[in-house]
Design a protein around this ligand. Sequence first.
Ligand SMILES: CC(C)(COP(=O)(O)OP(=O)(O)OC[C@H]1O[C@@H](n2cnc3c(N)ncnc32)[C@H](O)[C@@H]1OP(=O)(O)O)[C@@H](O)C(=O)NCCC(=O)NCCS
Length: 186
Amino acid sequence: MTASPRLERIIEMTAQELNVRLAEALSLYVTAMNYPPGTVEQRAPMWLAHMLREDWRCVVALGERDELVGIGYGYRGAAGQWWHEQVRRGLTTVAPPTAVDEWMHDYFELTELHVLPRAQGRGLGEDLLRRLLEGVHTSRVLLSTPEGPSKAWKLYRRVGFVDVLRHYQFTGDPRPFAVLGRALPV
Ligand SMILES: CC(C)(COP(=O)(O)OP(=O)(O)OC[C@H]1O[C@@H](n2cnc3c(N)ncnc32)[C@H](O)[C@@H]1OP(=O)(O)O)[C@@H](O)C(=O)NCCC(=O)NCCS
């Protein structure tokens, strides 16, 4: 049996191009994460700020009518960024300074990766992740995800992500998170 060809196209998007389709992208994100619709307004300024960060890179999957079906983006992590400081704080309590620096001195923060529920479970998330990381030039990639099991966990493990920090609580979010990472290139 041969695999059926993928219906979606994966392309890179510039910040300008994503800006034009920000409402659609945020709606995809809210649907994939099953968050309340009000999350769109809350997240918009954050996504816009992320687009200005160093080495921001985004890939999207477009459906047959050019609609957004999936999205992944991230940027170079740096001191002073909220996520960077949160992870450094957590890692410092469980790892020696050399290990903290190894993970955190030259990494890409994979900030968002989402596929619409109707298109999940066909390898699209993995394709998006691989395409996104193909164009990244840091020595490592880091991400945080709610403690599993989930589709995201299966995907990250399959692509070789290892534990950096487990059962970590970010300020303001009661859920336990894992921080996962791997060396680049994949
Ligand atoms: C996490 C997420 C992006 C993963 O996307 P996805 O397209 O569902 O996941 P994958 O690319 O890993 O799909 C793999 C599945 O497709 C199957 N598959 C079919 N054809 C495939 C192919 N050609 N290549 C790879 N996998 C294929 C695999 O067997 C696997 O099935 P399984 O999950 O039952 O083992 C997506 O589930 C999602 O958006 N979830 C909600 C939001 C979320 O949690 N985002 C991450 C936040 S950290």
